[in-house]
Design a protein around this ligand. Sequence first.
Ligand SMILES: C[S@@+](CC[C@H](N)C(=O)[O-])C[C@H]1O[C@@H](n2cnc3c(N)ncnc32)[C@H](O)[C@@H]1O
Length: 287
Amino acid sequence: MAWRGASWMAESVAPSLRAWWMRGRRVTLVPLAVTTSTKVDAALVREARAVAARWGVPFLPRRAKESVAPWLGTKAAALLVVGGDGVTLWDAEGSFGFHAGMAHLRRMRLRAGEPDAFVRVAELRAGDSVLDCTLGLAQDAMVASLAVGPSGRVVGLERSLALGAVAGEGLRRYALGEDSGLIEVVHADAREYLKTLPSRAFDVVFFDPMFAKPRKSQPAFDMLRRFAEHAPLTQETLEEARRVARRWVVVKGAKYTDDLRKLGLEDEPGSRFTDVIWGRVGPSVEP
Ligand SMILES: C[S@@+](CC[C@H](N)C(=O)[O-])C[C@H]1O[C@@H](n2cnc3c(N)ncnc32)[C@H](O)[C@@H]1O
């Protein structure tokens, strides 16, 4: 697990970081902190402290059965709650825990020899290296990890510290299996991170930016939207990715937007039954 680059103050909820006065006491609100679930014991406290250290955020001790609801918006804008069932992200509006979700199904299908649009468009194969510039809930990264196998690697970049930590901690606790490559989670802004990489550093560079027009979604996606970086992929970042890619830069988009066309990408032939479209462009640097 890598933690790199920007400090946690770069988090999207950072504007909430401020000191203020409550009943005569100075209170500091941090964007993100770690605590334990209500069933606290020494082992859980150790684990929660380790999570806090990995992501460089404060640990807030919690008494048995103490509610953390009053902390949200007073002590921390968001909390990572470490419990027996993993790490859950909480904010004042809801909570979200890592879930393999559709990735589990896609990986099962891939193992059964069925096609997957991402794997097909990226032409992923054993031993590949993949840079996922928009890790999010790590669903595509988990599919890539199986497609590249144990000799390959996937690096997932996430601009939101909270989302990166939930995905990173979720992946740590999820058994990907011996047929899958390592997924390294990096808290970084892809726009900056790409500039630090040498040319032709990864076989495939992948983007799945937030859709401009949200569809009706499940609570997990509402949470994702609250924390996610929403800036669209630009031509400049796409060009940087082409410099870093050896085979393809792949971009996922939505059928009801012209996001891909604005970037000069053609839709790759895909399924008629999904709203997702795929575009790809080759590298800009010759071997
Ligand atoms: C639509 S979600 C990606 C979903 C992901 N493909 C999955 O399978 O779960 C987009 C994610 O990319 C992140 N993101 C957007 N722009 C980014 C950037 N410049 N650098 C790093 N992460 C970024 C957002 O914060 C969000 O979590």
